[in-house]
Design a protein around this ligand. Structure first.
Ligand SMILES: [Zn+2]
Length: 536
């Protein structure tokens, strides 16, 4: 946590005046225009003086204890403020150790800055007026945000964004198959070992790079579903102290939510929780966090994306690749300079780092120069290089080539696409039939859950698999037929027997050389994108 000066921009005096007047009028207070104008100009002067405190090095931070804010700004009890933001003062010492102060503006350690600050704070009334105005301005901003953005959003999305903990809890309690957690956990552990194995077997990396890279993977923290401390029955409910009432105003509710968020954040700083609440989001994706943490939120590990009963290749194809991709982000250009704790620290030796940059840039150049007949050039030079590194690592770490591709053989992307299309068409057609046939529809409604979302997914899955199996067998029959025809032709031409066997082998699937050609394709970051669930 870093304590830093907040830079304000006051609104135009006329807007400030209208806002203050509106608020006062709603509370039955009438203040003359002239008095308000004087106060507003005093606030602007105060802010100008604050902003003119000399700024030294804006990037340097000092430890909280060393910053000694108590003696520099005695009017503010920072210890008490931090304790007040915490659930309990237990863990305060840990918070202090993990808190830093930005050495600039009002927190600057120079004599000049201290003197300027104490001069500004001499007029306490203006300082307090300024704080009150900031409070009012925050409230107006919340309402403006509601009017301009939130009002247009889906109501459930607003709740999910504002209350990620509670939303996760509701989803986990009511929908998530808990057995999936173990299965995802195994998937993550497998991929971690594959990653470590891959690093150790590397012929390019030097020993020092290997050691540090292995430590980074080994120490990568994982949050599968939700932080472990919430696993105990009732644990989240106990830590959840937010109480909202129908009588609360919109602003009042948001203030309670923000305060509650701060408590979770301080839990994270005091190491009581492993996840920064800002990163606990309810979305169908996985993500890699700066402090070397891999997060797999609950929605992606549930139907229809994942189930413990799915075969291994399906688990890897659907969830294994995003997991490998996010692990790969730990070694992309933006994060390769961070150690196993996410702090600045070189993982690769300089030579290996240069080599990584060279290879990545070469691959990236190939990618941005590729002119796709359908999508054109994907010219996003700033971000795509990291995505390509993550994808390339994922292809190997998830063992996509070894486990998933051979399983599909000829059952490639177009075939899968048509199977999905047929499945969707069949389900839509059957529902249309049910809807238009009243007696049948009534019969189904009596059956209760037939039309539930789960049933729809199950039906699509069933028809998809059925179509897929049928199409795969049809392809095999077709191959067998053409193979025999070729065999007979070879025999008719009186070719040597060994050559005939070779020819026969050449059309058996899956073929080793086809896997290799796919491997090349994967290394170029192409194939994986077709099946990867959208990732960060
Ligand atoms: Zn990514």
């Amino acid at each position: 946590m870093t304590i830093e000066p907040k830079y304000f921009f006051l609104k135009r005096p006329s807007v400030m005046k209208t806002n203050i007047q509106t608020l006062l009028r709603h509370n039955g207070i009438d203040v003359p225009d002239s008095k308000l104008s004087v106060k507003i100009s005093l606030l602007s002067d105060f802010l100008n003086k604050l902003n003119y405190i000399p700024i030294e090095d804006v990037s340097s931070v000092i430890e909280y204890e060393k910053a000694d804010l108590k003696s520099r700004i005695p009017a503010i009890d920072f210890d008490a403020i931090i304790k007040d933001m915490m659930r309990s003062s237990e863990g305060f010492e840990v918070v202090k150790k993990n808190t830093f102060v930005l050495n600039s503006g009002i927190f600057s350690q120079t004599k000049q800055a201290s003197l300027a600050l104490s001069n500004i704070l001499q007029n306490r009334i203006i300082a307090v007026d300024f704080l009150i105005y900031i409070f009012i301005d925050d409230a107006f901003q919340r309402y403006e945000n509601f009017k301009n953005e939130r009002k247009q959003q889906d109501c459930a999305q607003v709740v999910i964004d504002n209350l990620p903990h509670a939303s996760t809890r509701v989803f986990v309690r009511n929908y998530l198959n808990k057995k999936n957690l173990k299965s995802v956990s195994e998937l993550v552990e497998n991929e971690k070992s594959n990653f470590i194995e891959m690093i150790k077997e590397s012929k390019q990396l030097h020993e020092n790079s290997k050691k540090k890279a292995v430590v980074k993977v080994e120490k990568m923290k994982t949050v599968i579903g939700y932080p472990k401390e919430f696993e105990a029955p009732g644990a989240l409910d106990n830590s959840y102290q937010l109480k909202l009432f129908p009588s609360d105003s919109y602003n009042g509710m948001l203030m309670k939510i923000e305060r509650d968020f701060t408590k979770y954040y301080l839990d994270f700083i005091s190491k009581k929780s492993v996840i920064n609440p800002a990163n606990l989001v309810l979305w169908t994706n996985a993500m890699y966090l700066e402090d070397n943490t891999l997060v797999i939120p609950p929605p992606i590990m549930d139907d229809p994306f994942f189930d413990e009963s799915y075969p291994e290749y399906a688990k890897i194809g659907i969830l294994g690749t995003p997991i490998g991709h996010e692990m790969g982000h730990g070694f992309d250009i933006g994060r390769i300079g961070n150690d196993e704790n996410g702090k600045a620290g070189r993982v690769l030796t300089l030579v290996d780092l240069k080599s990584l940059m060279k290879n990545a840039k070469c691959l990236h150049k190939q990618y941005i120069n590729y002119d796709d007949p359908d999508f054109g050039k994907q010219n996003r030079p700033d971000t795509s290089i990291n995505e390509m590194i993550a994808d390339s690592i994922a292809a190997k770490v998830a063992k996509y080539l070894e486990v998933v591709l051979p399983r599909f053989g000829l059952w490639n992307a177009p075939v899968q696409f048509y199977c999905v299309l047929i499945a969707l068409f069949s389900v839509t057609a059957s529902f249309h039939y049910i809807e238009s046939s009243k007696s049948f529809s009534e019969f189904m409604k009596e059956k209760g859950t037939f039309l539930s979302l789960k049933a729809v997914f199950a039906t699509i899955k069933f028809i998809f698999l059925l179509t897929a199996i049928v199409s795969q067998y049809a392809l095999k029959l077709l191959l067998l037929f053409s193979q025999r025809a070729m065999f007979f032709r070879i025999r008719a031409a009186e070719q040597p027997a060994e050559q005939a066997v070779e020819q026969q082998g050449a059309v058996q699937l899956p073929r080793q050389d086809e896997s290799r050609s796919s491997q090349k394709e994967m290394q170029q970051g192409e194939g994986i994108r077709q099946r990867r669930v959208v990732s960060q």
